[in-house]
Design a protein around this ligand. Structure first.
Ligand SMILES: [Zn+2]
Length: 202
């Protein structure tokens, strides 16, 4: 297994639709293994193939112990239905350290193929719904910034984000988010250090 380099905001692979997968071959199995290791390495709860530069419709999601059957390996995932609404903090490994409120359905039913070639249905609520929909958006070339309703947040945060990405690419900043460590130093931001916020990265 290998840790794969992430593609960041501004990379063209993140803004174009990914191609459907036709065969479950050794190349895909290897990609799945490497993506899983990479997702844990970067402290994400989800990862889509375009985020590691592979424009294929494949995602991985693992939202932690309270969700069964994890991690999910989903080939050609499709949204069957959604229900309700939730607003909460969302982040993306491709947009390091940008965390902002995003409105999503509270529940989502996803149909996909697993690595064994079997069609499966995954019903996600809360964080799992958010992560599944976030990853499927990646396959359609959509970033969560497109769903942020507060224009002011984006105007303020995007230049900071671009600067941070440049520093990561030049090696000035580590690729693994120091989000949790940073928060420990800031007593007035204790609430932000809660796992629900920190693990929303996908
Ligand atoms: Zn993402």
């Amino acid at each position: 297994m290998a840790i794969l380099d992430l593609k960041y905001y501004g990379a063209s692979v993140l803004t174009r639709p990914a191609k459907p997968i036709k065969n479950i071959d050794r190349e895909l199995i290897k990609l799945a293994e490497d993506m899983l290791e990479s997702m844990y390495h970067y402290h994400g709860v989800g990862l889509a193939a375009p985020q590691v530069g592979v424009s294929k419709r494949f995602i991985i999601v693992d939202c932690g112990d309270e969700y069964q059957d994890r991690p999910y390996f989903l080939i050609n995932p499709e949204v069957v239905s959604t229900e309700g609404e939730q607003i909460g903090p969302e982040g993306c490994l491709s947009l390091p350290d940008l965390l902002t409120d995003v409105k999503r359905p509270a529940k989502a039913v996803i149909r996909a193929m697993n690595l064994q070639g079997k069609t499966i249905t995954v019903t996600g609520e809360g964080l799992l719904a958010r992560a599944l929909l976030h990853e499927i958006d990646h396959l359609n070339g959509v970033l969560f910034t497109e769903l942020v309703e507060d224009e002011f947040v984006l105007q303020r945060e995007i230049p900071i984000l671009k600067d941070r990405i440049q520093k990561i690419l030049s090696g000035e900043l580590p690729a693994v988010s120091e989000y949790e460590e940073d928060e420990e130093d800031e007593e007035d931001q204790v609430e932000m250090a809660e796992p629900e916020s920190a693990v929303a990265l996908a």
